[in-house]
Design a protein around this ligand. Structure first.
Ligand code: FES
Length: 68
């Protein structure tokens, strides 16, 4: 699994299969290899990024984590 923090944007999770997100007691099975999660706090579709970080002028450095 790889987690990337995009410059001035979301956390991007890259996996090779299905996984389960547990958010505030709710489980959601994700069957996508790439998912973008909000880290600016302004998304209207949390926990997912909806592009609102651009309007908000969110700023953050990029990074990359690889978990094996
Ligand atoms: S990071 Fe994209 S809406 Fe928050």
């Amino acid at each position: 699994m790889k987690i990337q923090g995009n410059k001035n944007g979301p956390y991007v999770i890259m996996t090779e299969g299905k996984y389960v997100l547990r958010i505030r007691g709710e489980e959601k099975t994700v069957d996508q290899q790439v998912v973008a999660l909000c880290r600016c706090g302004t998304s209207r579709n949390k926990p997912f990024c909806d592009g609102s970080h651009k309007e908000a002028g969110f700023q953050a450095d990029e990074f990359e984590l690889e978990i094996s």
